[in-house]
Ligand binder design. Structure first.
Ligand code: TPP
Ligand code: MG
Length: 553
């Protein structure tokens, strides 16, 4: 084992451990509780600190940086106040299985437990939304704790780890011991499990693949395509894992999740065998846990044993890294008899999802067509939460890996900061954030962060002056009783300009096209606000139609 010993501060030891992981960017809002850590980063040329306007923005940036690079995202904040603000990003990393290291300044050890200034028991506070939450009590153990944190956050099902740093720990100098290098464990299926898959799959008449985030974190995308091709398996992607399987592939048949169309439900109903790869089969993916019925056989492969059988007991449950699993599944001898079913499902997908525009098409739909036409294939799109996104998910074809970042947690405010994190991970890509007026305003302050650090992203804001999604639910359950969902006027164009970004307001698709062309060429931060009408509240319905339907019931 390589063991290195060196005299340094605990703050410097944190930086040493992060350096080993080749982390290029850390995100924060500064605080006086962790000054020695900021100072150690000042002296480290290989890492850049991005100081955000709000800890939620910093946390979303770190989470998206991690989703994009597949390295841990690192976010720093100060004591209870910073921790409370960034909790939404930790929750997102937890739900989205994203590796994240959260470094939080804590009150002086001598004051712990006295309800000191901004004191919160950070380890307890984050217990239920983290993989591990710990407080450092001995500066000498900093490398041990950092290594363990980096290991836990990336092993098995990835997730966030919280490290509480009492302020007196950080400047302490000790002889620090650094051991070994972390390599991610990659468990493989057993021979018996592989044989069982062959037997079950050979019996299938209408099998269906569900491809989830585990495929992305294991970089198994091309392996999964080869697997689908060899056995002619039609593939759906799980909720907000759109780039896990290419939409232009003849075996891609759609996505599960909010706004998924009726034909997807019918397809799952018709299927007899589900092969779920790297997905936790969440509430949204399984449509409130209604999607799978008694007639389904389930083969579930996931890196996390706790994911298997969490809701659906599988016929065959395999704990494995997806790349390892695919490598062993590929050589199987299975003769598919379901090609007709696969091509039928593809035809249904094409009918539903290929855009056919005419004069009456909502501008939301036309915008997606323009984005598809004007963006290079490898462009990366992020999205906020809200109904505006249903057009993206229904009509945009993601054809390459690493082209989509979205919150399976459904967190509003995610779109812009996640675009910033993704752009830092992929400086050569065009990165576009899609947001509604409600969600965008939650973290719009980070526009200034993007401008300050020259992170050229394009934000497209669908402004309908309302929390449209909730208004839709309101109209479904309490028609015409609108409360709490109207929003006032904001000029996102002026807001952008006020911090030095380019801003555009557009009302027609021609105006959008021109603005988008300028934004793409400018290589600076741009915001394009699209004034959309309230009435077309979702891909599927207008407010009028929802009211009519609700009154009939
Ligand atoms: C942090 C957070 N708060 C509240 C919600 C509940 N919520 C989901 S969508 C939505 C409204 C989104 O409005 P907007 O961003 O304008 O998009 P629209 O639905 O109008 O297209 C709300 C309040 C949420 N998902 N996340
Ligand atoms: Mg809105």
């Amino acid at each position: 084992m390589t063991v290195r010993r060196k005299q340094m501060t605990a703050a410097r030891a944190i930086v040493e451990c992060l350096k080993r992981e080749q982390i290029s960017h850390l995100f924060c809002v500064p605080g006086e509780s962790y000054l020695p850590l900021l100072d150690a980063l000042y002296d480290e040329a290989s890492m850049q600190v991005i100081s955000a306007r709000h800890e939620s923005g910093a946390a979303f940036m770190a989470e998206s940086y991690a989703k994009s690079t597949l390295k841990p995202g690192v976010v720093m904040a100060t004591r209870g106040v910073g921790a409370a603000n960034l909790a939404i990003g930790v929750h997102t990393a937890h739900q989205d299985s994203t590796p994240m290291i959260v470094l939080l300044g804590q009150v002086h050890s001598k004051f712990r437990g006295r309800e000191g200034f901004q004191e919160v028991d950070l380890d307890r506070f984050f217990d239920s939304i983290s993989k591990w939450a710990v407080e450092v009590k001995d500066p000498e153990r900093m490398p041990e704790i950092m290594d363990r944190a980096l290991r836990i956050s990336q092993s098995g099902r990835p997730g966030p780890v919280i490290i509480s740093l009492p302020e007196d720990m950080l400047p302490e100098e000790r002889e620090m011991t650094f051991r070994g290098v972390f390599t991610k464990p990659k468990p493989a299926p057993s021979r018996q499990e592989i044989a069982a898959v062959r037997r079950l799959l050979q019996k299938a008449k209408r099998p269906l693949l569900i491809v989830g985030g585990g495929v992305k974190s294991s970089r198994a995308e091309s392996g999964v395509i080869a697997f689908a091709e060899k056995f002619q398996l039609p593939a759906l992607v799980a909720f907000r894992r759109h780039d896990a399987f290419p939409h232009d592939h003849p075996l891609f048949v759609g996505h599960l999740g909010l706004g998924a169309s009726k034909h997807i439900d019918d397809m799952v109903e018709e299927a007899d065998t589900i092969v779920a790869l790297g997905t936790r089969l969440s509430e949204v993916t399984t449509k409130d846990y209604t999607l799978f019925k008694d007639h389904h056989s389930l083969i579930h492969v996931d890196i996390d044993e706790a994911t298997l059988g969490k809701v659906y007991s599988p016929d065959i449950g395999i704990v494995a890294d997806l790349s390892e699993a695919i490598e062993l599944l590929l050589p199987l001898e299975i003769i598919p008899s379901w090609q007709e079913w696969a091509s039928e499902k593809r035809a249904a997908y094409e009918k539903e999802s290929f855009l056919e525009l005419d004069e009456s098409s909502a501008i939301n739909e036309q915008v997606i067509a323009v984005l598809q036409k004007m963006l290079p294939e490898n462009a990366l799109l992020t999205n906020d939460a809200g109904n505006f996104v249903s057009w993206l998910h229904q009509y945009y074809a993601f054809t390459k890996p690493h082209t989509y970042v979205g919150p399976t947690s459904g967190a509003m405010g995610y779109g812009l900061p996640s675009a910033i994190g993704a752009k830092l991970a992929y400086p050569e890509k065009t990165v576009v954030a899609l947001a509604g007026d409600g969600g965008f305003m939650m973290t719009a302050n980070e526009l200034e962060t993007a401008v300050r650090y020259h992170i050229p992203i394009i934000a497209v804001v669908f402004n309908n002056n309302m929390y449209g999604t909730i208004r839709m639910h309101q109209e479904m359950h309490y028609p015409e009783k609108v409360i709490g969902t109207d929003l006032g006027d904001v000029s996102f164009e002026k807001m952008a300009k006020s911090v030095g970004a380019a801003g555009y307001t557009v009302r027609t698709i021609e105006e959008f096209q021109q603005a988008f062309q300028k934004a793409k060429e400018a290589n600076s931060v741009s915001v394009i606000e699209i004034i959309t009408e309230k009435e077309q509240i979702s891909v599927a319905a207008t407010i009028g139609e929802i009211r009519k339907r609700a009154k009939k019931h």
